[in-house]
Design a protein around this ligand. Sequence first.
Ligand code: MLT
Length: 307
Amino acid sequence: MKVLVTDPIDDAGLARLRSAGLDVETDFDIDTAGVLEKIADVDAMLIRGTEITREVFENAPNLKIVSRAGIGVDNIDIPAATDHGVIVANAPRGNVYAAAEHTIGLAFNAAKQIPQAHMQVQAGGWDGASFDALELGDMTAGIVGLGRLGQEVAWRLDNLGMDLLAYDPYLGEARARQMGIELVELDELLERVDMLSVQARLTDETRGLIGPEEIDRFAGDLIVLTSRGGIVDEPALADAVESGEIAAAGVDVFSTEPPEDNPLLDVENVVVTPHLGAKTHNAQVNVAVTAADSIISALEGDLVQNA
Ligand code: MLT
């Protein structure tokens, strides 16, 4: 059986596939058009960022599973996969700690203006008075999306002493209460919190969820984005930080990656990183192995855990 791997993944995942006797082809420079040229005899795909369109499924008579070494599956046309009977699997747990830590790191870096201060000192400056840091401990944080990542972020913020609110239409009150989090509607959350942390998945429902009106309604100082771009309106956020209505933002994910002509890159108090959240060694091994195991299960006719 043939597995096509179209994005770099940790060797542990590739070794797992090969030791299961699978014929593994890697091509990391491939785009969707390139996938179309190769897909005819492929039984499984292991991907990260490659866009898997309906056309791919239409031209893949042998394809049984597309397995993503990561959480989000927004780059896979799920209805098309369903129409063609192809399993879509993800790696929902392996990089959650890494992404939660990166969220907290970005929150501190944006709040304390650490990258800006670092650059000032490296350039020979020494003017602490030019910075205006925020203190997280006294803040109320609002989390949009209390899935696995949102919950890990919440636990860490709680331990910093922050009060927590969340907006998640799919989570029950009882579970939120158990975590010491008050569930509220989005508008109320935006009006009551000092820090907004967006951990929702990108779906038709969340795309553009926090638009210019919501940015305007946000009464707090700090926004951190680490799940997916496209949920928060980037020009509106850039304007709000530029004008000082919002003191700072930390952004790891963008509507287009790498970002092109993105206004967030031009604002001093927006700290940006290149979708780094999951890129620890441990996380990369975890997600590669999980994604490979899903392929092995699917091709051996076993239950796929993360489908
Ligand atoms: C994920 O979806 O797991 C993260 O955004 C990291 C990634 O895209 O690899």
